[in-house]
Design a protein around this ligand. Structure first.
Ligand code: C2E
Ligand code: CA
Ligand code: CA
Ligand code: CA
Length: 279
């Protein structure tokens, strides 16, 4: 939801009627894109704050549209959620990420876990657990090398069945992360009751961490609490050396952001050194 305003496709600009027909067109295009294999997965490194050492990657979907070029997921994911197409797209993403990483890890001395974003609709759907098991079995990726990222909202609505599913996934060795932490209405203390392994601090808090003391205080609170509960914590959207230093000082051990690397195709990921430069 956040950031969509800026991302809105320019061809929505014509007015309400045109916006509606564009949505119809976009919906049809998503269907075709799934059938014609126009989606791609890019991977963004997550590194150790102090050393820049590569620790895991996040899979991020891209749409290479034949006429419109690369389209951001900020545009088509929300629509695919509304139309239900996220089910088919999400399944494709999960299977591709597992397959890519099984291939990549076969070449590496130490395996890199991959994080996959799971939309609320996908997570709540009957049969999701089986879908995950199948993606692992078909790709040969060990469960411990898969991490699923869900947002707070998923856990708030229908909390009991969501927590039961989290436990099932954890019991299979799959890691679970709370994405965009801090943007919902959850309290820090609810983390204690969830079977999760990681918290991802939303970029909104990182952006002005060096200038806004209230954001810095929230960040410090989340880091301290996460460590206390034995969870790892990733700061998203780290763009400057000052942000990196600040987060390190506060004890945040894992960082993700353009300072280190942008999301990249698998071939580029394959060629990365073990440690990324920490400016
Ligand atoms: P997200 O899960 O919070 O992913 C992080 C987003 O922040 C990515 O945007 C990434 O490119 C961007 N980012 C990373 N580092 C920086 C930085 O230093 N500065 C800035 N300004 N941005 C940074 P992206 O790839 O455009 O994805 C946007 C959102 O679309 C994702 O946010 C996620 O919610 C959704 N999304 C992407 N791929 C998938 C997917 O396969 N399935 C689902 N359900 N959602 C996806
Ligand atoms: Ca994510
Ligand atoms: Ca996020
Ligand atoms: Ca986000």
């Amino acid at each position: 939801a956040k950031g969509q305003g800026r991302n809105t496709w320019q061809w929505y600009a014509g007015g309400a009627d045109e916006a509606v027909s564009e949505r119809v067109r976009l919906r049809r295009d998503i269907q075709e894109a799934i059938e014609r294999d126009q989606f791609e997965l890019h991977y963004q490194p997550i590194v150790e704050a102090a050393s820049g050492r590569l620790r895991s990657v996040e899979a991020l979907v891209r749409w290479r549209h034949p006429e419109r070029g690369m389209i951001s997921p900020g545009v088509f994911i929300p629509l695919a959620e509304q139309t239900g197409q996220i089910i088919a797209l999400g399944r494709w993403v999960l299977r591709r990420a597992c397959r890519d990483m099984a291939a990549l890890n076969a070449e590496r001395a130490s395996a890199l876990p991959v994080a996959v974003n799971i939309s609320p609709l996908q997570f709540r759907r009957q049969g999701f657990l089986v879908e995950v098991e199948q993606a692992l079995a078909d790709s040969g990726l060990p469960a411990a090398q898969l991490e699923l990222e869900v947002t707070e909202g998923v856990l708030m609505s229908g909390a009991e069945s969501a927590i039961a599913l989290l436990s099932e996934l954890r019991a299979r060795g799959i890691r679970m992360a709370i994405d965009d932490f801090g943007t919902g209405f959850s309290s820090l203390s609810y983390l204690r009751d969830l079977p999760i392994t990681k918290v991802k601090l939303d970029r909104a808090f990182i952006q002005d961490i060096t200038t806004k003391s209230d954001n810095a205080a929230i960040v410090q609170g989340v880091i301290t609490m996460a460590h206390h509960l034995g969870l790892s914590i990733v700061a998203e959207g780290v763009e400057t050396p000052a942000q990196r230093r600040d987060l390190m000082r506060r004890g945040c051990d894992l960082l993700q952001g353009f300072l280190f690397a942008r999301p990249m195709p698998l071939a580029e990921l394959r060629a990365l050194p073990a440690c990324l430069p920490v400016a």
